[in-house]
Design a protein around this ligand. Structure first.
Ligand SMILES: [Cu+2]
Length: 96
């Protein structure tokens, strides 16, 4: 298993690669998807979801908001919804 630290280094490297390509933001080849997640009640819940979803291959950025019950994920390529659901469940919550 790859450590979370290694994962974040990989993500940083990928983000750097995208940035150095010099593409305007509107042209960048990333996908942002918002998912509804049930069960988050505080900042710790948000952190848990962000950690698990952030470990998925290709994920560049994860933003969870317990108030809205939404998780917004930016990835290099469209994600497999089942993989996102599994990660959210790993954190203890449910994709709805
Ligand atoms: Cu919580």
């Amino acid at each position: 298993m790859i450590s979370p630290r290694k994962r974040s280094e990989e993500r940083a490297a990928r983000a750097d690669a995208l940035a150095s390509a010099g593409a305007p933001k509107s042209m960048s080849m990333t996908t942002t998807t918002t998912y509804a997640v049930a069960g988050m009640t505080c900042g710790h819940c948000e952190m848990s979801v962000q950690e698990e979803v952030g470990e998925l291959e290709g994920v560049l950025e994860v933003s969870a908001d317990h108030a809205t019950g939404q998780v917004t994920v930016t990835s290099a390529e469209p994600l497999d919804r089942a993989a996102v659901a599994a990660a959210v469940e790993e954190a203890g919550y449910t994709l709805t």
